[in-house]
Design a protein. Structure first.
Ligand SMILES: NC(=O)c1ccc[n+]([C@@H]2O[C@H](COP(=O)([O-])OP(=O)(O)OC[C@H]3O[C@@H](n4cnc5c(N)ncnc54)[C@H](O)[C@@H]3O)[C@@H](O)[C@H]2O)c1
Length: 339
């Protein structure tokens, strides 16, 4: 049984808490938040039902100081669900102290920090995983399987969208999430989900061409990117400009030679395969959430039993490089070649 300490008990901390509770082979034994009010606060974030707002049992030790918790120990895994600027130093501290680390995405705001994290994992010989959760969502995992299998031929075109209203759920009203110097902004914080998935399924594009719009409040609130692949057209749009009542929507449409596949909340129906000349159908998918699949994968990774092809910390680092290239493209108005 692996013992887990969660650091940062906001939206994602509570979401991971729910996933660990459902995971056989692990239990949460410690939770740390510098703002103790967060331990009992009810949050919803942008995904209804994701956060587990149940009361922490007395068996869970609570802390408001990360270093004191690390020194006290009594766990095997540190799960870092903190604001992004804290990811590198907290991850490195936990690895150096001998713990395996699951760190929320995005890995860090710059590549130097990602490389420091990778080096610390190597030196400590502990496992580091960055939670690029979309790869584990059942619909997206199924879609990745369809691409890999070639069942419906080659992909002709694909389009990924991620639309949400500006995030406001953090204790201080989402201020750090809307501050590009702290969250990386729309490209690094939200769009990275699709960018990371696109590369995981289609490989690295030759170049990217991106455009973005800046809201009157100063932050980028809409982006659109074209990924350059030889034989297919892949695009992705992300937004913080959706109205409050839309809240959140993520979708994908993939056009194969012999089928089209739609997935996403926008269609208010499950992933649907529309075969050429056949009847549309919705396959039965795992009832586990992507977060549950993600923590189960991390446990397998620690035990050395995972088929470590789904996601590595290096992949997460490469996805930071990709979204930074997209942001550069939008700022310069030119396409950026990827080395
Ligand atoms: N995978 C996903 O679907 C997903 C969704 C939303 C956010 N995220 C990522 O998760 C991370 C956390 O985002 P969030 O939305 O949960 O933020 P949040 O603001 O809701 O929660 C962060 C928590 O960390 C606490 N905290 C801040 N500094 C601390 C410190 N020094 N020590 C201990 N606790 C501290 C805050 O009090 C707060 O409770 C971010 O990197 C974000 O990009 C991922």
């Amino acid at each position: 049984m692996k013992r887990v300490a969660i650091v940062g008990f906001g939206f994602m901390g509570k979401t991971h808490y729910g996933a660990w509770r459902k995971c056989r082979g692990a239990k949460v034994v410690a939770v740390c938040d510098s703002d103790l009010a967060q331990l009992t606060a009810k949050v919803t974030g942008n995904i209804k039902g994701a956060a587990d707002n149940s009361a922490l049992p007395e068996t869970v030790r609570v802390w408001d100081d990360f270093s004191a918790m690390l020194d006290a120990g009594g766990f095997d895994i540190v799960d870092i669900t903190l604001p992004t600027p804290l990811h590198p130093d907290m991850t490195i501290a936990a690895l150096n102290a001998g713990y395996h680390v699951l760190c929320e995405k995005p890995m860090a705001l710059d590549l130097k920090s990602c490389d420091r994290m990778l080096a610390a994992a190597k030196k400590s010989r502990r496992c580091l995983l960055v939670a690029q959760c979309v790869r584990f969502f059942p619909e997206y995992a199924y879609l990745a399987g369809l691409v890999k299998s070639g069942r419906y031929g080659k992909v002709v075109a694909a389009d990924f969208t991620r639309f949400m209203s500006a995030p406001k759920w953090s204790p201080k009203g989402g201020s750090w999430l809307l501050d590009e110097s702290k969250s990386g902004g729309l490209y690094v914080d939200a769009h990275i989900h699709d960018a990371d998935y696109i590369v995981s399924v289609f490989g690295k594009p030759k170049s990217v061409l991106s455009k973005s719009r800046r809201s009157v409040r100063g932050y980028v609130d809409h982006t659109t990117t074209i990924y350059d692949y030889p034989d297919m057209l892949v695009t992705s749009d992300s937004s913080f400009a959706a109205s409050d009542s839309l809240v959140w929507d993520a979708a994908a449409r993939v056009f194969f030679e012999k089928a089209s596949v739609y997935l996403g909340a926008a269609y208010k129906k499950p992933l649907t395969v529309y075969p050429q000349g056949g009847r549309p159908f919705s396959p039965k998918l795992s009832a586990k959430s992507g977060y549950e699949a993600e923590v189960a994968y991390f446990l397998k990774m620690i035990d050395g039993g995972a088929d470590i092809k789904v996601l590595t910390a290096q992949d997460a680092r490469d996805s930071i490089a990709l979204v930074l290239a997209e942001r550069r493209s939008a700022r310069t108005g030119r396409s950026v070649r990827l080395s």
